[in-house]
Design a binder for this molecule. Structure first.
Ligand code: HEM
Length: 251
């Protein structure tokens, strides 16, 4: 169970680093950012249909989530049952005991915050069911993000979630490598440095675009008449997916 948690956590970490890096395309402007979203859906074409890669990634992420959260729940439940009536008795009331108990609680609450955030996040940017700040449009990720992060409370939701993610990743990197036996080797001091770096990069990288939007440091979204000719030209063969706006026959 611990190994499952460690491996699923490591793959999750690769996903969030990839996602964070993807989001930094925001600074290249509206066409570049939305083109990146199209590119993600074009991956492995024509082997897969348009959007096929994204669907595979979604399925893998859901499987990982079930494995990761499921094993966390199982370990917590087993631990609780094992403690039985003894659960209020503090046997090893030393600093190490409190530190590990504190870390476990932080991980648990961090996990719950991230799960709740993910529901909000998907409703906001994938299904567009919640559209704070303006009228969101499928495919116009740059504009949707721009609208959302005009609002301080949307920014705050992301700040809390990303802090929870950084903390979760910081402790997670350490726990995973311990589970996989690497903390018995001489690389221990480097693991601490790597874990801290990963957490800081996630925090700064994820929060950079929302911060720039909130403070008005990015370009404004374009009007439809300015946007679509440039977008359609940039995405080339994928324009048929946007037939309505790009004036080409849908396949
Ligand atoms: C400041 C932080 C973040 C921003 C601005 C952001 C922005 C976005 C946007 C705009 C999309 C839609 C992309 C598209 O339709 O092509 C997206 C998708 C997604 N994000 Fe984030 N994201 C952030 C943090 C996170 C975090 C921390 C996680 C995971 C813990 C996450 C998980 C996802 C997932 C799983 C999807 C794909 C959903 C789907 O289409 O099925 N995001 N994100």
């Amino acid at each position: 169970m611990k190994r499952l948690m460690a491996w699923s956590g490591i793959v999750f970490l690769l996903f969030v680093i990839f996602h964070m890096y993807g989001n930094t395309h925001y600074f290249e402007g509206e066409i570049a950012y939305d083109h990146y979203a199209v590119w993600l859906r074009q991956l492995l074409q024509p082997l897969l249909p348009y959007g096929g890669f994204l669907w595979i990634m979604r399925l893998v992420l859901v499987a990982l989530l079930l494995a990761h959260a499921g094993s966390a729940f199982h370990l917590w439940y087993r631990n609780r049952k094992a403690r039985g009536n003894d659960k209020y008795a503090v046997k090893k009331a030393n600093a190490e005991y409190y530190a590990s108990r504190y870390a476990m609680r932080t991980m648990r609450w961090g996990g719950v915050i991230l799960l709740l955030f993910l529901v909000w996040h998907i409703l906001q940017f994938t299904t567009l069911s919640l559209t704070p700040g303006g009228e969101y449009v499928h495919g116009r990720a740059f504009q949707n993000m721009y609208y959302g992060f005009q609002l301080w409370w949307v920014y705050l939701i992301y700040l809390i979630a990303v802090c929870a993610l950084a903390l979760h990743a910081w402790h997670g990197v350490w726990s995973a490598l311990q589970t996989l036996g690497l903390t018995r080797t001489r690389i221990v001091p480097y693991i601490r440095i790597i874990a801290t770096l990963v957490a800081l990069v996630l925090l700064i990288g994820f929060m950079a675009p929302p911060t720039a939007i909130l403070f008005g440091w990015t370009d404004l979204p374009m009007s439809d008449t300015e946007y679509y000719p440039q977008f359609c030209e940039a995405i080339g063969s994928a324009a048929s997916e946007f037939a309505e706006h790009c004036g080409v026959a849908a396949h």
